[in-house]
Design a protein around this ligand. Sequence first.
Ligand code: HEC
Length: 122
Amino acid sequence: MNRAIRIILILSIAFIAGCYYDNEERLYPKQSSPCDDTIVTFSGTVTQILQPCLSCHATSSTAGGGYFLQNYSDVQKYVISGQLMNSLNHIGGHDMPLGGGKLLDCEIAQIQKWIDNKSPNN
Ligand code: HEC
């Protein structure tokens, strides 16, 4: 094999490897990465996910039928009763968010993980 062919061969391998990398990026974009529930906290995760619920369930609101989800102690009440997860999983007839679709599977899984961790006020 002469030198020129060898260089072309090496360059094409590098080129093909480069293309493969590009394709992999495209095949597995960030959005479809697995749900990350390694670190879930009340202040950082749960309150963010429940933010849209506050349009009805804020302490100042009457639209949520007297159920409040603004503070840790409020949320904790419905964790213990099971109503929070039932409402999110659309079990028991009080499907939440009211009039909207379910939250993302990942969001529900993150809240479940926080509950499995004994729902700390962190
Ligand atoms: C458009 C207003 C509205 C939104 C948005 C909303 N809710 Fe509600 N929610 C209500 C009303 C009204 C009730 C009381 C009637 C009922 O239980 O169906 C209620 C009841 C509940 C209850 C008590 C259910 C039971 O077992 O009696 C929970 C828990 C709850 N909501 C959680 C949530 C969560 C979590 C979200 C956000 C993902 C949310 N809600 C979004 C209006 C809303």
